[in-house]
Design a binder for this molecule. Structure first.
Ligand code: UD1
Ligand code: CA
Length: 461
């Protein structure tokens, strides 16, 4: 017996009022669809056995999926409901398989629950097992209806509920395990006879039971797993819940927060113990932070690796590596390809791009370093700039260990400054500077004595 999954991701998401497909709306910086895919993977279902139904914004969704792996996609040209969506993936329904169906707009479904529900499904010999949860406020979720004996008899959408059914608090998560043959036999019997005029996947429960099949439920203790986003306000709620979950997990691991204000940490971010995260900090993508750092306030890191004992205050860093005991900020931008080695100090209003900065080097104020290889112990005065671009091509600047780059030096790349060399303040360096030497490239000071008396006063008169 093997397992496959069908993720429904074609919906219009009208209530979201977005030009993006709903499943691409983000929770903690990742599209909801990405969360669902991670859970399917976590439950051990391979990419080849996972089909995604696409429709609204299909190209955007397909492009995103291509970046994640080799998933199969099925086009649902007209959106006629969740049952109609599954019909598009008929070829995924191989005899003997069990098929997991999930919604791409409910990101908190969890691998362990998927696996536990499968065990129950197989153990009970069910044709369909619906994952449910008991919500004090059942909102717009489909209600789980049971007969007088407490046996599961079907799912009724809110729009179609009687007053009594509206009061049911057990709801449909939108995640189901089906025996493939049972689902295949039920799909052609679906009718769009309901308030929305759609082919509801939820109607397969009644159809399976009528044909003598067995339907069961698996109730998840963690009620968050059902939460989906149909509107912007739902999406904000999901973000708030996810943020608090990530922060709780990090606190368990020894990370310190003194406030939750403006802190958004992606679910795959790792942070070491005794690191303090201050307000306004956003950590995204594959960011890893070491121990005993102070990150923030107002710091954004995306795909960055940060060592231990690092202080980052008002820093924006992208695809960069920051080693131990680096101090940066405030108001620093680290663009992709930046490597700051141990003990580097970066001060206010400094931008660094695609450059490697050696151990204990200091770039303390108002500087731009692009496409540069800088050695150890180098000191940059205020206002230094590497001119890496001549309008056509980009070139590198090389600076040896312990060089001293005077204030307002322009380094016109390609150019090299040797070890222990010094550039005089205000120089525009266009030629390589040998080690241990001083380079001055500026006009000499001209003194006009008594200029005030002889020139300025005469003019005023
Ligand atoms: C659905 C369930 C409801 C359940 C809830 C859980 C039905 C009829 N209702 O309601 O019982 O409590 O999910 O979140 O199934 N989609 C398509 N093609 C379509 C329509 C929808 O791919 O033609 C996709 C959507 O992109 C979405 C998912 O299916 O990811 C669910 O559709 P949605 O319209 O959001 O259903 P709900 O009203 O939330
Ligand atoms: Ca939904």
């Amino acid at each position: 017996m093997s397992y496959s999954a069908i993720i429904l991701a074609a919906g219009d998401g009208k209530r979201m009022k977005s030009s993006k497909p709903k499943v691409m709306c983000e929770v903690l910086g990742d599209p909801m669809l990405g969360w669902v895919i991670d859970s399917v993977r976590g439950a051990g279902i391979s990419e080849e056995n996972t089909g995604v139904i696409v429709g609204n914004g299909a190209e955007t969704v397909k492009q995103y999926l291509a970046g994640l792996g080799s998933f199969r996609t099925f086009m649902q040209t007209e959106r006629k409901g969740t049952g109609h969506a599954v019909m598009q993936a008929q070829e995924m329904l191989a005899d003997g398989d069990n098929v997991l169906v999930l919604c791409g707009d409910a990101p908190f479904i969890d691998s362990d629950i998927i696996t536990a529900a499968l065990n129950e499904h197989v153990h009970c010999g069910n044709d369909v097992t619906v994952i449910t949860a008991d919500l004090p406020d059942p909102a717009a979720y489909g209600r789980i209806v049971r007969d007088a004996n407490g046996e599961f008899s079907g799912i009724v959408e809110k729009k179609d509920c009687s007053l009594v059914e509206l009061g049911i608090t057990e709801v449909n998560s939108g995640v189901y395990w089906f025996r493939a043959e049972a689902l295949k036999a039920a799909l052609p019997k679906l009718a769009a006879e309901n308030a929305a005029g759609e082919y509801y996947l939820t109607d397969t429960i009644g159809i399976i039971r009528e044909s003598g099949g067995k339907a069961g439920t698996f109730t998840a203790e963690d009620t968050d797993i059902v939460l989906g986003a149909n509107s912007r306000s739902d999406l904000l709620q999901l973000n708030i819940i996810a943020k608090m979950r990530v922060m709780a997990k990090l606190m368990d691991e020894g990370v310190e927060f003194v406030s939750t204000d403006g802190i958004i940490i992606g679910r795959n971010v790792e942070v070491g113990r005794d690191t303090l995260i201050l307000p306004g900090t956003i950590l995204r993508g594959d960011t890893v932070i070491g121990e005993s750092c102070v990150i923030g306030p107002n710091t954004l890191l995306e795909n960055c690796t940060v060592g231990s004992g690092v202080t980052l205050n008002s820093v924006q860093g992208y695809d960069s590596r920051i080693c131990d005991r680096v101090k940066a900020g405030p108001f620093v931008q680290l663009r992709p390809g930046t490597v700051l080695h141990d003990g580097v100090k970066i001060g206010d209003f400094v931008e660094i791009k695609n450059s490697e900065i050696g151990v204990n080097t200091a770039v303390s104020h108002l500087a731009y370093l692009g496409d540069s290889d800088v050695g150890k112990g180098v000191n940059f005065g205020c206002g230094c700039v590497t001119a890496n671009y001549d309008g056509v091509s980009k070139f590198r600047t090389k600076i040896g260990d312990n060089a001293f780059i005077g204030c307002n030096t322009n380094l016109i790349a390609p150019v090299e400054v040797g070890e222990n060399a010094t550039t005089a303040a205000g120089s525009t360096i266009t030629k390589d500077v040998p080690p241990n030497s001083l380079a001055i490239e500026r006009g000499e000071t001209a003194i006009k004595e008594n200029w005030e008396k002889n020139f300025k006063r005469k003019r005023k008169a």
